[in-house]
Design a protein around this ligand. Sequence first.
Ligand code: GDP
Length: 438
Amino acid sequence: MNSIVAIVGRPNVGKSTLFNRLVQRREAIVDSVSGVTRDRHYGKSDWNGKEFSVIDTGGYITGSDDIFEGEIRKQVNLAIEEADLIVFVVNVEDGITPMDAEVAKLLRKVKKPIFTVVNKVDNAMREPDAIEFYNLGLGEYYTIASINGSGTGDLLDALAEKMPEPEEVDLDSEKEALPRFAVVGRPNAGKSSFINSLIGQDRNIVTNIAGTTRDSIDTKYNRFGFDFNLVDTAGIRKKSRVKEDLEFYSVMRAVRSIEYSDVIVLVVDATRGFEGQDQNIFWLAEKNRKGIVILINKWDLVEKETNTMRDFEAMVRKQIEPFTDVPIVFISALTKQRLFKAIETAVEVFQKRKTKIQTSKFNETMLEIIKNSPPPAIKGKFVKIKYCMQLPTQTPQFVFFCNLPQYVKDSYRRFLENKLRDIYDFSGVPITIYFRQK
Ligand code: GDP
């Protein structure tokens, strides 16, 4: 289970610069795969072998200096609830402002690791100025200059130290495990209605209580002959606690449930189309290499002509380029239309995500394709791919060994991905392709 790091603090202290620092290295790789940057406030990172998510909470709150104190409090409280580690950014130039003191007060009550980060300490002269931040009552602090990156290495060391060791992948138990589905989507898309229609009465005999461990937020169900766990997150059970009107809340909660599950069931309101927030959640799932099924809900409300469904589907696929190979099911939580199909599809995606392709067959198939369409020569250099295999990872990842990996263009990577998808059916499953020198 990867840790979630939330960056909190009042506006303009340098949260987003620090965020960029923390996710930079990793993002460069991820984005060269998908070709697009999707979310500037959420990213994946890794340090000393620990993979983790970083959320810049401030990024989801509009308004800058004149932001309401109440908003900050909500932001911090949610970070406290949903994140594993909290990075509290303050600015040495401003000293401790009343709002900083307010945030510190909330954080002092928290049991989770808190890292106070004093930003803009970009020269030794400013080190003494940072001492005043002991007055926040949060203990040790870290000084950084996020603009040039100084100090971030020490901060990352400290963060990684507090994260659990990466889980060993136990492929045997993996086979036995039930699929974990997370139902996500923006407010009013129909997530609760979908879950209610699906599991009806049983919702009342839910025994587990939301907590920090994976087991405690999983609840097992059987419907239509399929066994699966629904990852129940704050978004569903504690619905009334915070009004989910801000994108931030939906995203924060989606992050939590996405991290916990195998397949993301993205519920979309058909009457509103497929918009920014739907896209964000989609890319969260994709970045985390989770299986994805898109449910277009409230289909009963849509006036249909001959091609309505086809056109709607095409519109959605356009929005999720280049990862368009995702199942889309049109449902109605109200009339219970295609609920079986929805669950069946999610189970299929779960199974496809566990596909293991035999190395000899994989080589036979892919090397033949590569022979017929080799990577184009670049600056007179020819890339020769000699061997390939699926990595023994939890999600489908492939490596192609070649003489000059740095000369393989993104377009060729995508070409191979498309071929792979044609042959092996990874619909709804993000796959990763690496090129390495033998
Ligand atoms: P959530 O915030 O995503 O959990 O959304 P809810 O499940 O609370 O649904 C929001 C509103 O949409 C409620 O008024 C539901 O009755 C309505 N709704 C949900 N699904 C459907 C559907 O398939 N058809 C229709 N007509 N209304 C729906």
